[in-house]
Ligand binder design. Structure first.
Ligand code: PLP
Length: 419
């Protein structure tokens, strides 16, 4: 019998194969050549049949980022790219991806304010606030430090010295701007007088940081924004999750409109948490302060690109983004979907589960959900097909709260392919 490895086509033969022509135009010659070499190596190693090389190369995507189905039950999953964009935002990104009038007036033919439409949509969502948009919430805080507090003091409660993830800490970020942090109060309790006593000629602003990924319970006390606003210095509030108005399911999550109404001078937030939009840092508040931020030299280094502006505007003006849909869907609907999915599979059970907001938002909120339960060995097999579930009590759960209903069939097919 011939050694199957001798059946592996040569690189130049594959490059000339008409079946690979679509890949050449879609991915470029260099990438296709690299893929061919990788496929030949797999074939030599015996892990890819030689007659599947062409299909393997054709299946490659332009970037190494693979789309996944988030069946973890964690709505804003940092490792899975946080908020998935709405279909409107996706369409806006595609439209803006070529030449576009992001900073140009088609009426006058002259330069126009960059991202005017997105900024107008944000300003309309929080009436009365001046607005600015930067790369992310960390960038928003950085700009506040640079433009308003370099060489001066920022007063912050010891209960709000937050590590946001991957070892990054808000206090260290603020100190990197040349501002000095003046910590007041204790881990569990900070009072208005702690702030008042710390205010002096060096004070630039008081910062209040929402504890978005942890809870302090027991003997605790923090000062509400409305009281801090009575102090003689600007109060900047990092609300974290990007809610622009109160949400009935998230009573403890601060929102920009309420915090500004309570007297905050500025609010900072992420665009890709509960707002459900692209990665962005939202700055809202007093016109004079926002203008100082906008005019600071570093603002240019923190600005967002046209794709972000397009997606943000479409998120703000468009239909309910997936994050909100996942938050608001009822458990009854999820149980019904789980029943249908389980009925199409063998060895799958429907269970009630508990989903979470995740990603720096509403740490105390648990959302009643529904999941399809499978033996644990499915977890790895499903991951290799781009489906990420979670392991609970030694079983693989596919939590439907974070799966868009339109993907239920894909979920079924992925499980069937693993059996
Ligand atoms: C998530 C979060 C941040 C960081 O926001 P990015 O948009 O990821 O930069 C900062 N502060 C709080 C309170 C957060 O929850």
């Amino acid at each position: 019998m011939a050694d199957p490895r001798r059946l592996i086509p040569r690189t130049d033969a594959l490059l000339a194969d008409p079946a690979l022509a679509p890949a050449l135009s879609r991915l470029g010659r260099d990438r296709v050549k690299a893929l061919i070499v990788a496929a030949q190596e797999r074939a030599r190693a015996g892990s890819l049949p030689p007659d599947e090389i062409v299909a393997w190369v054709l299946a490659a995507t332009p970037s190494s980022l693979r789309p996944v189905i988030n069946a973890t039950g964690v709505i804003v999953h940092t490792n899975l790219g946080r908020a998935p964009l709405s279909s409107a935002a996706v369409e806006a990104v595609v439209e803006a991806s070529g030449f576009t009038d992001v900073e140009f007036s088609l009426v006058t033919g002259a330069r126009a304010r960059r991202g005017e439409g997105a900024l107008a949509a944000l300003a309309e969502a929080v009436p009365g606030a001046a607005v600015h948009v930067v790369n992310n919430n960390a960038a928003a805080l950085l700009l506040c430090g640079l433009a308003l507090a370099a060489g001066r003091e920022i007063i912050v409660s010891r209960g709000e010295l937050v590590e946001i993830g991957d070892g990054f800490r808000i206090p260290a970020l603020l100190e990197s701007t040349g501002a000095r942090l003046r910590e007041v109060g204790t881990t569990n309790r900070t009072h208005l007088r702690d702030y008042a006593e710390a205010i002096g000629p060096e004070t630039a602003f008081v910062l209040k940081v929402h504890p978005s990924n942890y809870q302090v319970s027991g003997f605790t006390s923090a000062v509400p924004v409305a009281q801090l606003a009575g102090l003689d210095v600007p109060v900047i509030v990092d609300i974290g999750s990007g809610l622009l108005a109160p949400h009935p399911l998230l009573p403890d999550e601060p929102d920009a409109a309420s915090v500004l109404a309570d007297g905050a001078a500025l609010v900072t937030a992420s665009g890709d948490k509960l707002l459900g939009g692209p990665q962005a840092g939202l700055l809202l508040g007093q016109a004079g302060l926002v203008e100082r931020l906008r005019r600071h030299p570093a603002a240019r280094a923190l600005r967002v690109d046209k794709l972000t502006l397009a997606a943000l505007e479409a998120t703000l003006r468009g239909p309910l983004p997936p994050v909100r849909a996942a938050l608001e869907v009822s458990q009854a609907v999820l149980l019904e979907r789980a029943e249908k999915i389980a009925a199409a599979l063998t060895g799958a059970e429907v269970v009630e589960s508990v989903a979470a907001v995740g990603g720096g938002g509403a740490p105390g909120v648990s959302l009643p959900s529904a999941a399809v339960r499978l033996p644990s060995r499915f977890a790895a097999a499903l991951r290799s097909r781009g489906v990420v579930g979670r392991i609970e009590n030694g079983r693989c759960l596919l939590d439907l709260r974070t799966v868009p209903p339109a993907r239920d069939q894909d979920l079924i097919e992925a499980v069937l392919a693993c059996t």
